[in-house]
Design a protein around this ligand. Structure first.
Ligand SMILES: Nc1ncnc2c1ncn2[C@@H]1O[C@H](COP(=O)(O)OP(=O)(O)OP(=O)(O)O)[C@@H](O)[C@H]1O
Ligand SMILES: [Mg+2]
Length: 354
């Protein structure tokens, strides 16, 4: 009798704890996706996880007292004064760029703080302040995403990560970095014990991570994603990259034959990005001497804004199936919400850090 009772208790102990039960009462862990195009914050809001975001972009306009006063009266326009200019930043930027027919500027390029932009850090700091509230308790955990080191740019990644960590610590958080691909695994592959391949195709970069039981074995990144597509298509057809971006986001369908020159170029560069990504991933997995042994095939999850067009999953699958891939793949699926996967995954990672 006693034996069977013990067994019952053990079975209960082994049942996985629901994720929300990991969090101490009163704690509010935060997940932050610091992306080239967007910064997204995820945190628990009563029962659900809520995400908020800002465009990671800005545009300076000439300063005058009237302009400053007019802008200040509109609460949704984030801005600060910088000498003879007013810097508009975050999600209002696109509206101003359209109004003045000017290109927006970015704090990050190819996944990292842009070393060629003098306002990069001052603006990124302001953007983060709009999304990251004061911590509710001492040492509140905040997990922020970082890309895998691009080959030859390891030192730049160290600078990027340390700058973000120091700033978030100065706000009172216990800040930890999480690899972007691993964050996707955290948000999408809980049902596979956090084992599989997480892919994020964003604005500045594609990132992919292969993990077993949440432990990353391979992390790759390439500086080719949405921005590269916009720029390359623009150069090929003589159109501004900003205009290409709008057309692309309005409804590119990769399952349909291209109807004009611009669509044809979009298909060509999408194929280029996906082929390069799959080949980079294949090469990295092939080079590893021994991967943890598993008798199960691994799932792949696709996320990020660049993965959104119809037909992206099929394009990725074709590129994968046309090669001898070094690990067996069970399925290729889309993330539930490609634009928030990284932030939601970072939030889960923060919840685990008690
Ligand atoms: N519906 C859409 N169709 C096609 N592309 C889209 C769509 N929505 C967003 N994008 C593209 O996705 C990219 C931004 O994706 P995302 O927000 O995941 O990037 P990020 O996380 O900010 O950047 P990164 O991870 O590279 O640092 C941009 O290139 C944007 O044009
Ligand atoms: Mg991203």
């Amino acid at each position: 009798m006693a034996e069977s009772k013990d067994h019952l208790w053990k079975a209960q102990d082994d049942a996985p704890e629901p994720l929300e039960d990991l969090v101490k009462t009163g704690a509010h862990p935060l997940g932050l996706d610091v992306g080239t195009s967007k910064v997204v914050a995820a945190r628990r809001d009563s029962k659900d996880v809520a995400c908020s975001f800002q465009l990671n972009a800005f545009i300076p306009v000439p300063y005058s007292p009237v302009t400053e006063r007019t802008i200040a009266q509109q609460s949704e326009i984030h801005h600060f004064r910088d000498g003879g200019e007013i810097v508009i930043f975050g999600s209002a930027t696109d509206r101003f760029a359209n109004m003045f027919n000017a290109e927006t500027r970015r704090t990050m390029a190819d996944g990292l703080i842009n070393p060629n932009e003098k306002l990069a850090w001052p603006v990124l700091e302001q953007i983060l302040k709009t999304l990251v509230p004061k911590p509710t308790a001492a040492n509140e955990v905040l997990a922020f995403s970082v890309p895998a080191a691009p080959p030859g740019r390891e030192a730049q990644l160290t600078y990027h990560e340390a700058t973000l960590r120091k700033f978030l610590q100065s706000m009172g958080y216990r800040a930890m970095a999480i690899n972007e691909g691993l964050a996707v695994i955290f948000s999408e592959l809980e049902d596979h014990n956090f084992s599989g391949i997480g892919v994020s195709c964003g604005g500045g970069m594609c990132n992919a991570t292969l993990a077993f039981l949440s432990i990353p074995s391979i992390m790759v990144s390439l500086p080719k994603a949405g921005d590269f597509i916009d720029r390359s298509v623009g150069e090929a057809v003589g159109e501004h990259a900003t205009r290409v971006k709008v057309i692309k986001e309005e409804g590119l369908d990769l399952t349909r034959s291209p109807r004009d020159k611009l669509e044809k170029a979009l298909h060509i560069y999408y194929e280029d990005v996906v082929e390069t990504l799959v080949e980079t991933l294949r090469g990295a997995i092939s080079q590893v001497d021994s991967l943890p042994k598993t008798d199960r095939a691994l799932p792949i999850v696709l996320s990020g804004g660049t993965a959104k067009p119809r037909g992206f999953r099929e394009l990725f699958e074709r590129a994968l199936r046309s090669r001898r891939f070094p690990v067996e793949i069970s399925e290729i699926r889309m993330s539930a919400d490609p634009l928030t996967s990284t932030a939601r995954g970072a939030h889960i990672a923060a919840m685990f850090e008690k």
